[in-house]
Design a protein around this ligand. Structure first.
Ligand code: FPP
Length: 234
């Protein structure tokens, strides 16, 4: 049986869920945000040590301004409302993505939640916001190069410093994803954790995210656990 050390989820289908109920897209996002607690509880109860959720991509800024603002408001509410829960449950929170673009208010809430939970280890919870897998890799390269320009180093040394290990260490999240689930019926990874998901098992379900249940999650994880993972070998 495969161990599940890092679970990634692309939470898709909120808009269609709302539309099918003649509700506004915002209601779908709200219903989606309310599912996050179930995912955390599943991980806590089943000894899954790391959960990464895709909440807002670098491409999501292209949505109508009202929807973007609603999603940012939801993010702010989430960061505030979950603080005590994360402390009680001993969950370590980390925001991944380029956080520079966010307002000081959101950044303060992110840093405050990260600070308040930094010693915890029951579950590592990563929330991907203004996140793109390509952007994360570019930022990792820039971090590596910045070290070198500061030290006035030769180009040959810089080239030898670019290794799988150094890139991985400079990503927002270093550990590989074991299982990546996408709800909502699309068969795409949509720029989510491209580096970390290079050998992930990909599982897609037509269920729209607000309808995604613990029992379906259990079934998917069971399928994952029974898979023969070869990592390019035999
Ligand atoms: C995709 O559904 C979902 C998103 C772009 C946002 C995901 C956000 C949440 C689940 C809520 C926010 C969560 C937190 C923790 C703040 P979609 O809008 O693309 O749905 P559609 O494909 O049916 O239109």
């Amino acid at each position: 049986m495969n161990e599940l050390r890092h679970l990634g989820i692309i939470m898709d289908g909120n808009g269609r869920w709302a539309k099918s109920r003649a509700l506004s897209r915002s209601k779908g996002h709200e219903a989606g945000a309310n599912k996050v607690q179930m995912l955390c509880e599943y991980c806590l109860n089943n000894a899954v040590p790391k959960l990464s959720l895709f909440a807002f991509s670098t491409e999501n800024w292209q949505r109508p301004k009202a929807e973007v603002n609603f999603l940012l408001g939801l993010l702010g509410d989430f960061l505030k409302s979950q603080k005590q829960n994360f402390i009680n449950e001993r969950i370590k929170f980390k925001a991944i993505g380029d956080l520079e673009v966010f307002s000081n208010d959101i950044k303060d809430q992110i840093f405050s939640l990260q600070e308040a939970t930094k010693e915890f280890d029951r579950l590592n919870f990563n929330l991907a916001i203004n996140y793109g897998g390509k952007d994360e890799i570019i930022r990792a390269f820039k971090k590596i190069m910045q070290n070198f320009t500061q030290n006035n180093t030769q180009i040959t040394e810089l080239l030898s410093a670019i290794t799988e290990k150094s890139i991985q260490e400079n990503l927002d999240e270093s550990s590989d994803i074991d299982l990546l689930i996408r709800t909502g019926g699309e068969h795409r990874v949509s720029n989510f954790m491209l580096w970390q998901a290079s050998y992930a098992e990909l599982m897609f379900t037509p269920t729209l995210f607000p309808d995604f249940s613990q029992s379906e999650l259990e079934q998917i994880v069971m399928t994952y656990k029974k898979k023969h993972r070869r990592f390019g070998g035999l």
